[in-house]
Each structure stands twice: as C-alpha cells, then as structure tokens.
Ligand binder design. Structure first.
Ligand code: EPZ
Length: 423
C-alpha cells in the first residue's frame, strides 16, 4: 500500500497537459471487442483502471499492445469467457463487458461491479435495457447472466427511467448489432457518450444523436477495426483548474475542451477566478478574495458530480457561506470529515454540505474514500500549512494519470511513498 505526502502552501506555476478521459476509455476498451479486426486507441491515460481492463481483455483471448498512450486491441481471438468474479470486480466500469459481449456473442457472464463509497450504485437501468433488446437477464451468485433470444438481439424503443451514463453506453454497445432501429430516450448526454459513439461509427456502426437525450442506433451485421483518439478528461481538467485557482501563480491547463466544462468554469468565474480561455487550453491567473458560491450537481451539461469534491478545497478558501447539494450521489460526502480534520469549517446538514470561509487549512493524516475524494484531499494538502499524508491513494491512481509528476512539474512538494516509510 502507498501513501501521498505533501508539504503544502507552495505556489503552482507552469503548464500541465490533460490526458485522455478515464470515463471514456473504460468504455472504449470493452467496445473494441465488437470489432472483427484490430482497434487502435490513442491518448489512452496511464491509470490502473486501464491496466485492469487490459488484463480482462487478455483473459478473453484478445491480443493487447499498450505502448505509451497507444493501445492496440486485436479482438479476433476473443471468446465469451464467463467472468462471474475475480479481476472483473476490481472496477465498476467492467459492466461495459455485459453490453459488448452481449452485442458480439449474444451471451455474457459478468460479475457484478464492486460498490464504492458514493452510496448505492444499482445497474437496474442496464438490465432493463438489455431485456428490452430481447435478452434473458439473470442476476445470480453475484454475477449477471445474459443471453439473447434465438434470432439474436432485437431493436426496441427504450425510455430511461432516469439519466444514466453507464446504462446509456451499455445499451449502445448491445444495440449496435441488434436487428432494426433502437431508440434510447432520456439518454445521458456526457461527452464520453459521444466519444464511444464516434468509435462505434468509425467501426461501421450507425449511431445518431449521441450527446442529445435521444440516441438512434440502426443495427449492422459487422463491425471492423479503426483508429480512435480518446477525448480529453474534463474531470481531470476541472481538478487541475481548481488547484490552479487555489494556489496558482500563472498555470496553463492544456488539452482542454472548454465546452465540456462550461458549468464548472461558470462557477469559477462566479467566484472571481481570473482565466483566459483559448482554443484548447485555459490559463488561470492568481486569484484573490474569492467569493463563496452555492453548487448543485446535475447530469451533463449541469455541474458534474465528479467535480464537487475537487472544487471543495477552493470553495473553502472563499469568503462567505456556501451550500453544495449532490443530486446524483447524496452520499458522496466522505471527504467532509477529512477536510474538517484539516481545520475546515465544513459539515453535512441533511442532503447538503455546508461550508463557511475563508479557511486556513493545516496538514493532517487523512484517508481517501474514493477517487474524487482523494483528488480533493490532494488539493487540500497542497493548500494546507505543514505536511499532509493521504492514505488509500490507490483510488487516486485509478483515475489521475501521473498526478505526482504533473503536480511536481508545477512546483508542488508531493511524493508517493510506501505506507510504512517515515514522512
Ligand atoms: C458514471 O458512473 C461515471 N463513471 C461516474 O464517475 C459519474 O459520477 C457518473 O457517471 C455520473 O456522472 C464512469 O463513467 C466509469 P450513472 P455511472 O449510471 O455510469 C443511478 C468517477 O469519479 N443509477 O450515470 O455508474 C445511480 O445510482 C466516477 O469518475 C440507477 O439508479 O453513473 C446514480 O444515482 C464516479 N440505476 C445515477 O443513476 C442504474 O442502472 C447516475 O448514475 C444506473 C445508475
């Protein structure tokens, strides 16, 4: 096990480049098995979720070459290997193998995804979508058993009871080879969904409307290999923009698509953060006398739930009282007691996180409960006076490519060390 040690209260300065999106690549990699020839993904982030998915692909018989940011996936020898447990449970996004295997082979046995610290994370909408396509779906012994009907999957008109990124993508993966036109209504609109649809269309699928709340998929017989570049990670970008606003003395965040962060950037501007927005980068200038704001998370294009924890240390630096409500995951609050240990005036009141600023944070020993909570604690540690030690950092390494190197490059005093090493 490792820990992160930060000596805080140092300015950040320089340039940082955003990597490919975790929440796209964890769907693109399973989607690649739908092709009957090699798929090349470029801009693949170096995160442990990618390593886990590569291992799962190889168990299924795919050949995978992962060099730097390029991953070549040759799916020609892939079989529908039952994976009721084991590596498949190590990350939530392994549920995309349900849609991909069902779409390719008409059957799948996939272990249920592990829970995590955001509260319940059901997959009933995924199951409802697969059943609507004519699949028999059984949930037994901690795994999902899926099988298409005799004539294969049949298109259908599916109305999503609520907006779900994972279910929207998973149904797309199953429907691309279903007979007829599938319509997904009340679909999620995240940029990662557009990225997956772009890959599928370049493989020969016919997916229209991704990024809107109605997606139409005309089933095809065959899908072939292609080359695809992963969309930049808007959540990684938001995380570094918040750090730059809190501690920056001139930080340029590169490889950013402004349109993917409009609601987040609007909040930074409402707080008084000075930025210059360019074609594919955003420069953040030193910010003083920030104003506290209220935040409510919503499905895209609303304020992303994944950015409520990363922006919180910046909010704590601002003047005034603020309320934050996460309408997607009400239990996404495990970072709050850790921030309080660092001297923050923050507490949970009902379904709200209430903050009062400004706060002078002090270093402490804290524990990351999930990926974005971990990023929040890194930001708080960078801001705090003294030394902060963060445990459970495996969460952070799951989703932030080279975070230690990237922050060191901006002048941070941050190290990843063995847990039993003296600070
Ligand atoms: C994706 O998770 C992201 N993960 C999450 O990011 C992100 O927080 C979430 O979307 C919301 O934007 C990946 O893309 C790998 P949902 P997903 O289905 O697809 C409920 C991170 O930090 N729901 O959009 O699992 C669910 O409980 C991670 O990178 C059902 O009720 O989220 C939640 O309240 C954390 N039934 C809401 O819908 C279902 O079948 C949205 O969930 C599915 C979801």
């Amino acid at each position: 096990m490792k820990k992160i040690v930060i000596n805080g209260n140092r300015p950040l300065k320089g340039e940082i480049t955003i990597s490919g999106a975790k929440n796209s690549v964890v769907a693109l990699i399973p989607a690649a098995i739908l092709a009957d020839s090699p798929v090349i993904l470029e801009g693949v982030p170096d995160i442990s979720d990618v390593d886990s998915l590569k291992e799962i692909l190889e168990i299924m018989g795919a050949k995978v070459e992962h060099v730097g940011e390029t991953m070549m996936i040759d799916p020609t020898e892939v079989q529908s290997i039952p994976m009721p447990h084991g590596k498949i449970n190590s990350l939530r996004a392994s549920y995309y193998f349900m849609g991909a295997l069902l779409g390719k082979f008409g059957e799948a046995v996939v272990g249920l995804p592990g829970g995590c610290n955001l509260g319940p994370r059901p997959i009933d909408l995924h199951v409802k979508g697969f059943a609507a396509l004519g699949a028999d779906v059984r949930n037994e012994y901690g795994a999902m058993y899926l099988r298409a009907g005799e004539e294969g999957l049949k298109a259908n008109h599916i109305f999503m009871d609520n907006v779900s990124v994972g279910a929207t993508i998973n149904i797309m993966l199953a429907a691309v080879k279903a007979k007829g036109r599938t319509v997904i209504e009340n679909a999620a609109r995240e940029p990662e969904i557009i990225d997956v649809a772009t890959l599928l269309n370049n493989m020969g699928a016919v997916v229209r409307g991704a990024g809107t709340d109605e997606i139409r998929i005309d089933g095809v017989e065959e899908l072939h290999g292609t080359r695809h570049s992963v969309v930049p990670d808007r959540i990684e970008a938001g995380t570094y923009l918040a750090m730059a606003a809190a501690l920056g003395e001139g930080v340029v965040v590169k490889n950013v698509i402004y349109e993917h962060l409009e609601s987040f950037i609007a909040k930074l501007q409402e707080m008084g953060v000075e930025m210059t927005i360019r074609e594919d980068s955003i420069e953040v200038f030193p910010s003083h006398d920030l104003k506290m704001v209220n935040i409510k998370t919503y499905p895209y294009p609303g304020f992303a739930t994944d950015l409520q924890q990363p922006i919180t240390p910046l909010l704590l630096k601002a003047h005034g009282t603020g309320e934050l409500i996460d309408t997607i995951y009400e239990k996404r609050i495990n970072h709050v007691p850790e921030l309080a240990r660092m001297g923050a005036n923050i507490q949970v009141e009902g379904n709200m996180i209430v903050m009062k600023g400004p706060n002078e944070l002090t270093g402490a020993e804290v524990v990351a409960s999930d990926l974005r909570a971990g990023a929040c604690l890194v930001t708080a540690g960078l801001m705090a006076k003294g030394t902060t030690t963060i445990f459970n950092v495996e969460f952070i390494l799951r989703g932030y490519d080279h975070i230690i190197d990237k922050l060191t490059g901006l002048g941070a005093d941050i190290r990843l060390v063995e847990e039993d090493e003296k600070n």
